[in-house]
Every structure is written in structure tokens, then in C-alpha cells.
Design a protein around this ligand. Structure first.
Ligand SMILES: NC(=O)c1ccc[n+]([C@@H]2O[C@H](COP(=O)([O-])OP(=O)(O)OC[C@H]3O[C@@H](n4cnc5c(N)ncnc54)[C@H](OP(=O)(O)O)[C@@H]3O)[C@@H](O)[C@H]2O)c1
Length: 328
């Protein structure tokens, strides 16, 4: 018999798209896990994904996977607008939920998800994988140790270009499309991790013809006069670098900063570089953390806490208010 720390976690995946495929490739790197089931809106798509990724079960509906009593944990990788619906479905069936970012479309939905996790006493975590990557944890540790002295500013951008296609979930406003929720969330998460919640948010955006934001410029101001200048865009490639400046030095997280394997600190005329190795495609770290919490019977992560998810969605809501971006 397995020790409790070696209990096999049987996973289900909802939303067999691009990111789900990466997750499925990384899962075997995490000991004592199994990709057990996959669900799609379409039985053939579910079966094709199950064959490709060695899942035992393929369901042509999300509800059917939620009802399978063999599933311990579900990775929700649908478009943003469906995160809340499928998370609530899984939590109500007692399945632990690792839900892709953003956790939901707005703060009210996030509150309902947290409430459901508490009522059902089931683990819920936002899959903000950056929080678990070695470079990010080490950079945050350096800042906590005061490597830069007081932090005064952050600059971070995340941009890539894909031709506009209103049907694709990246642009489709009904599905939560646009740059802010998809990639703007990463510079916001960095600023939140380093400086906490701002006193003031200012933002501007450009829009596609369907009303989804094509780019978003964000300016966060803090009570100690620190500031964060952040940018997301689907219109062009950007350097995707993060530069954090303190009174005693500068920490640069190299591209792409949210999934990087290095950062450098420039201080007193010298530059020191720190290098890291991400396991698998980078998802191994968050999956391992999540599986351990599940084995320990926890309902909340001490790393990606409910409060951090609340603050993160609060920032996204705050920026949306400034740029006048409303979803149905
Ligand atoms: N952590 C990361 O690095 C990262 C990277 C990319 C994306 N993400 C997140 O992961 C989520 C999915 O992104 P993705 O790029 O993997 O998307 P994707 O390739 O479009 O896949 C989404 C999947 O959701 C399913 N789905 C269910 N209902 C749907 C609906 N009404 N419309 C469209 N699809 C629907 C689709 O499967 P069926 O039609 O077969 O049901 C589809 O395969 C997003 O929330 C995104 O923020 C995270």
C-alpha cells in the first residue's frame, strides 16, 4: 500500500486545447499522478486527446467527467468565461480544482468560487504557474531580503502578435478575449507580488472591432510613491521583460519574464546573473504543489492563496473600469 505522501492523484482535464496539452505532457513528470480522464464538448475530440495523452477515459461532456467518482482533481483549461461554471461544477462533486488564470471574469465570480471551496471543503487554486517557478520564487526571496533596498518602480510588458480572429477564444469577447485577461494578468501579478495593492490605478487601452482590448497600458501608484508601468498587447511582439528598480539596485527578469529561467541584479557597478531550470514545460512545479496540498487535505494553497486571487481579480476589475471594458 502507498504511503499517504505517495497516494496517486487521478486527474481529469476539462478543455482539451493548447494549454491542456502542455499540462498533460508535464503531468507524468510529477510522481504519483495519473491522467485518468479528459472531457470535451465533443466525444471525438475527447477521444483524440485521450489517445494522444494516454488518458483512460474520454467524456463528450464536462458534466460526465465531474460525475466520475474516480477523478480526484480537475484541471480547468477552458476559455476564461467558463472557468467559474466548471469550477463550481467540479467543487460541488467534491473534485479538487486547479483552474487556469484568470480564476474567473470578475471579483463576484471569484468570491462564489472561494465560497464553494469552503462549503464543500475542497481544494481550489488559480493556476498562476509563475508563482511556482524557481526564478520567480528566488527573485521574490531576493527582494524580501532587501537586495534592492526600497522598491520604487516596476516596468513589465507582455506582448505577441496573432492575426485578429474574432472566433478564437483569444479575441472572442463572449469568452473573455482580449490582451488584459489573457496576458496583462502576468505583469499585474508581478506588481502585486512585489508591491502589493496600489492606491491608484490608471489605464488606457486600444480595442478590436468587437470591443475586446487589443492592448492595455496600466499605471499603478502606491502610497510610498512607488509605481508600476505595465503593458499588454496582442498587436506586436514585445520584449516581455520585467525591470524592478530599488534605491540600491535593479533586478531584471529576462524574457519571457513570467516563465523565465534567469534574472540579474545590478548593484554597485556589478551585475550578477542567477540561472534556474524549469522542470518539464514549467507546469510540474504548480502541479506538484497542488497534489501535495490535496494529499494533506488542504482546501487552500499557502502560496497562491484565496487572498492573492481576490487581489489579482480586483486589479483586473480596476483596470477594466478605467478602460471601460465590460463583459456580458
Ligand atoms: N498558464 C499558461 O501559461 C496559459 C497559457 C495559455 C492559456 N492559458 C489559459 O488557459 C485557458 C485556455 O487557453 P487555451 O489557449 O488552451 O485555449 P484553447 O486552445 O482555445 O482551448 C480551450 C478549450 O476549451 C474548450 N471549450 C469549452 N467550451 C468552450 C467554448 N464555449 N468555446 C471555446 N472553447 C471551449 C475547448 O474544448 P472543446 O471544444 O473540445 O470542449 C477548447 O479546446 C485560458 O483561460 C487561458 O488564460 C494559460
Amino acid at each position: 500500500m502507498n504511503k499517504p505522501s505517495e497516494r496517486i492523484i487521478r486527474w481529469g482535464i476539462m478543455g482539451p486545447g493548447k494549454i491542456a496539452r502542455k499540462f498533460a505532457r508535464d503531468l507524468p513528470e510529477v510522481p504519483h499522478t495519473e491522467l485518468y480522464a479528459v472531457a470535451s464538448r465533443d466525444q471525438d475530440r475527447a477521444e483524440a486527446f485521450a489517445r494522444e495523452c494516454n488518458a483512460a477515459k474520454a467524456y463528450g461532456s464536462y458534466e460526465a467527467l465531474a460525475r466520475d467518482s474516480n477523478v480526484d482533481a480537475v484541471y480547468i483549461a477552458t476559455p476564461h468565461a467558463l472557468h467559474q461554471k466548471f469550477s463550481l461544477l467540479c467543487l460541488s462533486h467534491g473534485k479538487a480544482v486547479l483552474c487556469e488564470k484568470p480564476l474567473a471574469m470578475n471579483a463576484m465570480q471569484v468570491e462564489e468560487m472561494i465560497a464553494a471551496s469552503k462549503v464543500h471543503k475542497v481544494l481550489l487554486m488559480e493556476a498562476m504557474w509563475t508563482a511556482f517557478l524557481p526564478h520567480f520564487q528566488a527573485a521574490m526571496q531576493k527582494l524580501r531580503e532587501g537586495a534592492l533596498g526600497e522598491i520604487k518602480s516596476i516596468e513589465a510588458d507582455f506582448g505577441f502578435h496573432t492575426p485578429y480572429n474574432p472566433v478564437s477564444r483569444l479575441f472572442n469577447k463572449q469568452l473573455g478575449g482580449g490582451s488584459l485577461l489573457d496576458i496583462g494578468i502576468y505583469p499585474l501579478f508581478l506588481a502585486l507580488s512585489v508591491l502589493g495593492m496600489p492606491a491608484e490605478i490608471d489605464a488606457r487601452a486600444t480595442f478590436f472591432e468587437n470591443g475586446a482590448d487589443s492592448s492595455c497600458t496600466m499605471h499603478l501608484k502606491y502610497t510610498n510613491n512607488a509605481e508600476a508601468r505595465l503593458y499588454s498587447t496582442l498587436l506586436q511582439e514585445t520584449s516581455t521583460v520585467a525591470v524592478i528598480k530599488g534605491v540600491e539596485g535593479v533586478l531584471t527578469i529576462h524574457p519571457r519574464f513570467h516563465e523565465s529561467s534567469s534574472f540579474s541584479i545590478e548593484k554597485e557597478g556589478k551585475t550578477e546573473q542567477f540561472n534556474f531550470i524549469n522542470r518539464g514545460e514549467g507546469f510540474v512545479h504548480e502541479i506538484e504543489h497542488f497534489c501535495n496540498l490535496l494529499r494533506e487535505g488542504k482546501a487552500e494553497s499557502p502560496v497562491m492563496t484565496f487572498e492573492i486571487s481576490r487581489q489579482l481579480i480586483g486589479l483586473l476589475d480596476g483596470v477594466r473600469e478605467k478602460i471601460g471594458l465590460q463583459y456580458e
